[in-house]
Design a protein. Structure first.
Length: 112
């Protein structure tokens, strides 16, 4: 019983710190996405298989966003090449990879 009380006593301050940290810096995915034609297309074409938090939590280069959308089109998403460009431009502008990650060369393949 004493061990349980000590454990609870140790966890209470940690929980308070975690709650304070969340209140001070809410997750980026909680922010509303900026309006635009790209968002409209994402809401029309992508939410059948993905929720918006799943999409907007990623950070990719423009090329990577376009490749991802093309991959989804190959899997059956109904998007035209023009719509792919609009969505990729929107996602790259609003959910792009940080500049350092985009400029970094890819890591060499690791031997198996």
């Amino acid at each position: 019983m004493r061990n349980m009380i000590l454990t609870v006593a140790a966890l209470v301050p940690l929980a308070a710190l975690g709650a304070r940290a969340l209140a001070a810096d809410p997750p980026a995915a909680a922010a509303s996405p900026p309006p635009g034609p790209g968002l409209d297309l994402i809401n029309q074409r992508c939410i059948f298989c993905h929720n918006t938090a799943q999409i907007f939590s990623q950070r990719k280069t423009p090329e990577a966003w376009a490749a991802t959308i093309e991959q989804m089109a190959n899997r059956g998403a109904e998007v035209s090449p023009e719509e792919i460009k609009v969505m990729a431009d929107y996602l790259a502008k609003n959910y792009g990879a940080p500049a350092a990650a985009a400029a970094a060369p890819p890591a060499p393949p690791q031997p198996k």
